[in-house]
Design a protein around this ligand. Sequence first.
Ligand SMILES: [Zn+2]
Length: 250
Amino acid sequence: MSVAWPWAVLRKKARKPNLYPTCVCRRCELEKEDNDHVWKCPSAAETTTEIWKEAMGKINEWGVQATNSYNAARKREYKRAVDRGRQVPRPVPIHWWPPSDADHVRGFSSIGGARAVHSGSPAPDRDEKPMWNVSDLLRGITPLSMLTEWSAVFRTPMSIAKTVLHKFVGYLEAQASELIWKPRCSATIAWEQSQGISTKDKTSKYTGPRGDWSQGYGYITHDGFSTIVAQSQVPDRTATGGWCTEEFGL
Ligand SMILES: [Zn+2]
């Protein structure tokens, strides 16, 4: 990651209530900015839809690549076995079948807000209280439920679905960092400058009272969360943490 983790930046702000008495998002100027709002800010909605579309448009390319390397690996294993004089069945090559739009909708049906982003207009979620949201994908988190659905939808071995899903989430994460997080930082810095907040103010030690960040902050382990998470983003598992958690009644 070329930029600081959002949670780290937001935590730093929580530790300086003298500089940041309110936590209004400087992009929409409407809502409080917490770790979730960074990605759910209305000002980022259009960008999110665009990034999503681009990533969706690359799935077949990633699928073909993953399928080719899968087949090549099976072929190598077969050759090695034959060279050792073992009798093994010749592997049957797997094909990549381009998923239809309905397949895709089924594939991400466990992700809150995904249908709305996919169609570019409000749409209901399958699950009443989805465990994962589009904002989690933008933060580079790969939900296990999505892998299970994708493997069925793509009719491929799990390992191919996993490769494609990692590419998909990796693309979302990289683009969101560039097109959502960085502009968010620019907007915040512009606001800080207008308030006369200097870098020195931001780095100097503050000893006054603080919001109790530590209680609202922590690693939250959801069921279904597995090892398939971008390692760089593991500390970002603060579902509701923000720099003004006490105002959220946490
Ligand atoms: Zn906002």
